[in-house]
Design a protein around this ligand. Structure first.
Ligand code: OGA
Ligand code: MN
Length: 202
């Protein structure tokens, strides 16, 4: 991401996170890069590189399709130019957030996620009971021309009641405090692609 773009979005992101613990940006990365990331995700899916996601950690890790039905692959640097650009953008964001909040965010882990039609992820928090490193969650959506009637919203349950739906439209980034904001993924009538990740502290 060009640095000026991040500088332009940062004040709003910082204000949102400080005031309510979550933020949404509609055009976080350029459309061409977002499109390349979607193509990369589809290519990996075709090659069979995506696997059913598990829930829990360590001994408790298991695939539970009644809990979450997405297929994922963790990102590693150096695999694809588009992914490296995405990782660079998230690292620039990590450093900027550290300067603003003294959060001590040390790294960023992230995976492609593909929800087949009908798949969902039940209401949950992103922090593991036995591992509190995940601090800030980031979901970047890759789906061109998403229509509300196709479902697939990320439903947030902010403190103080109510619920808020975010459509998984290409270019949209959602950030939220991993330990504080319950959320779920509603089923969709079409395939739903994203890059989901977590800024972690030590
Ligand atoms: C997750 C998650 C949200 C989304 O993977 O933990 O909540 O909108 N994803 O894909
Ligand atoms: Mn989650």
């Amino acid at each position: 991401m060009p640095n000026e773009q991040l500088q332009r979005l940062l004040p709003q992101i910082i204000e949102d996170l400080a005031s309510r613990g979550w933020s949404r940006q509609d055009a976080f990365l350029p459309a061409t890069l977002t499109h390349e990331l979607a193509e990369e995700c589809r290519r990996r899916a075709r090659e069979g590189a995506l696997n059913p996601a598990g829930t829990g950690r360590g001994q408790g890790l298991a695939v539970r399709e009644g809990v979450r039905g997405d297929h994922i692959q963790w990102l590693e640097a150096g695999q694809a130019e588009a992914c490296d650009q995405y990782l660079a953008a998230m690292d620039a964001l990590r450093q900027a957030l550290n300067r603003a909040f003294f959060l001590g965010l040390e790294d960023y882990e992230s995976h492609f996620a593909l929800y087949p039609p009908g798949a969902f992820y039940q209401k949950h928090l992103d922090r593991f009971r036995d591992d509190d490193r995940r601090t800030l969650s980031a979901v970047f959506y890759l789906n061109a021309d998403w229509q509300p009637e196709q479902g697939g919203a990320l439903r947030l349950y902010p403190e103080g009641g109510g619920e808020l739906d975010v459509l998984p439209t290409a270019g949209t980034l959602v950030l939220f405090m991993s330990a504080e904001l319950p959320h779920e993924v509603l089923p969709a009538s079409r395939e739903r692609l994203s890059l989901t990740g977590w800024f972690r502290r030590r």
